[in-house]
Design a protein around this ligand. Structure first.
Ligand code: SME
Length: 137
């Protein structure tokens, strides 16, 4: 419906703003969960297009957060076994779940080409971003 289209446009604008204004945010995207098929679906992003527009729960950093409901900060992606590579340049990743009415409905995913760039300030900031997104959904 029209509400879905406009919230996806807003999320794309948020992705673009974050990716352009924070130097170590090289790729920014929002995945949303289909709890029936247990898959994540890419709804908005900024940065290079990715082949990974659909991710099963449990697979990769994103799929693990779909099940854990917890932030996942990866300082060095090379040290992760359960990781889906999107670009050879990516060194680090942060995924923060997005809750609506207490339910984990999706996540913000950020890739960085810098090693170990993410701090607790990024976690608090991205939790705040997700709360604002939840309000428009
Ligand atoms: N690296 C993610 C996959 C999504 S791409 O970063 C855009 C993962 O391991 O889940």
């Amino acid at each position: 419906n029209n509400d879905t289209i406009s919230s996806e446009k807003k999320m794309t604008q948020v992705c673009e703003l974050l990716q352009e204004s924070i130097g170590y945010y090289d790729w920014v995207g929002f995945y949303f969960a289909n709890h029936d098929t247990k898959t994540l679906h890419l709804k908005a992003f900024a940065g290079e297009p990715t082949d990974h527009t659909e991710i099963p729960f449990g697979k990769g950093i994103c799929g693990q957060v779909a099940e854990s409901n917890a932030n996942f900060v990866v300082p060095d992606v090379k040290a992760q076994d359960n990781y889906i590579a999107c670009s050879i340049y990516v060194k680090a990743e942060i995924v923060v779940p997005l809750f609506k009415d207490g339910k984990n409905i999706g996540q913000i995913d950020i890739d960085s080409n810098t090693v170990d760039p993410f701090s607790e300030a990024d976690e608090r900031f991205l939790e705040w971003v997700n709360e604002r997104i939840a309000e428009i959904l």
